[in-house]
Design a protein around this ligand. Structure first.
Ligand code: UDP
Length: 321
């Protein structure tokens, strides 16, 4: 039995994105009414097509850098909108900065107008290429503001500052979660991230492209676990940032091998140059989430990746031999 949360009417910015669409689905399962807002620059209507026939779900195509007019009450807001993969935000740096700054301001104003709690989706990227390992929420980070990741990192850091300002000035009930690497079905095949790249390459028996020497580390959280963390965070009363992610860490080479094995693939590893400012390590300290949300990931990497590989197998329409 899934945990039940207060029913009501929720707005999800970025509701047609990878995490946003899973969140909308979870809210609908919980018998809530959901208004998803998306401009589809990286999200896709296809992600929520299964919800479109539901009378409790509506989808608004809008860029939130323009102010939002929503009639009626809202019970809560999840602000998920932003390009989020390094390849996407490198292509869309101005949009990324604008959604984090102007879009966040509009959505915080909406929460103020509706007098409802708002959760903003921040990121482990606020820690940059971290000098503390694992990363605790008290760490201020090591970010290059003018590097290729600066547009995302700084927009999210600004969003956090803005969110705290609304909280301090107006007493707005705000929640900030810092999302670490998350994976699962509905990641975009071409978003350039490691999970879609490795899965699609392994399924096609093509070389798996490892950037750098593959010794950099990441920790991968299955999307259903992450969504559960988001639900708990919104319904908590904790206003400071909380890390959400899976603390099991591995090198990218190990991860590549794991995916090759899961796909029963003949792929080999192909080493490519490491992108500038690619963090060398990343692993969340989730003690705070355990303490204040009673949350920790439940889905182990094998089962999560299995479901994800199934999704990409359908996308590739090339059955594994
Ligand atoms: N990566 C890789 N091969 C790829 C895509 C990514 O080796 O085809 C590496 C990337 O350099 C980084 C890690 O995998 O070290 C995770 O990259 P991703 O783009 O998924 O997200 P990030 O954690 O960097 O935001």
């Amino acid at each position: 039995m899934k945990k039940q949360y207060p029913k009501g009417r929720y707005l999800v910015s970025g509701g047609a994105g990878f995490i946003g669409s899973h969140l909308c689905e979870r809210l609908i399962e919980n018998e809530c009414e959901v208004i998803a807002v998306d401009n589809f620059i990286t999200g896709r209507p296809e992600n929520v097509k299964q919800l479109l026939g539901n009378s409790r779900f509506s989808l608004i195509e809008q860029d939130i850098i323009h102010s939002l007019k929503i009639s009626g009450n809202l019970t809560g807001i999840f602000h998920m909108a932003s390009p989020a993969s390094p390849v996407d935000y490198a292509k869309l740096p101005i949009e990324t900065l604008h959604v984090g700054a102007i879009g966040s301001d509009n959505i915080l104003k909406l929460a103020l107008e509706k007098k409802c709690p708002i959760l903003v989706a921040s990121t482990s990227e606020v820690y940059g290429d971290p000098l503390q390992h694992p990363q605790e929420e008290s760490y201020w980070g090591n970010v290059n503001p003018i590097g290729p990741r600066g547009c995302y990192d700084e927009s999210k850091r600004y969003m956090e500052a803005l969110t705290m300002a609304y909280h301090r000035v107006y007493g707005l009930p705000t929640r900030i979660v810092r999302i670490f690497n998350t994976y699962g079905p509905r990641m975009r095949v071409d978003d350039g991230r490691v999970v879609p790249n490795f899965c699609m390459q392994a399924l096609a028996h093509e070389p798996v492209t490892v950037y750098g020497d593959g010794s950099q580390t990441r920790s991968f959280c299955y999307v259903a676990d992450l969504v559960e963390g988001l639900m708990r965070a919104l319904h908590s009363d904790y206003t400071r940032p909380i890390n959400l992610g899976n603390p099991i860490e591995m090198t990218i080479s190990q991860f590549a091998q794991k995916i090759i094995n899961l796909c029963h693939s003949r792929s080999t590893l192909e080493y490519r140059p490491l992108p500038q400012d690619d963090p060398k390590t990343r692993r969340p300290d989730i003690s705070l989430a355990k303490k204040v949300l009673d949350w920790q990931p439940q889905v182990d990497l094998e089962s999560g990746l299995q479901r994800t590989v199934e999704f990409f197998k359908e996308k590739s329409q090339r059955p594994v031999s």
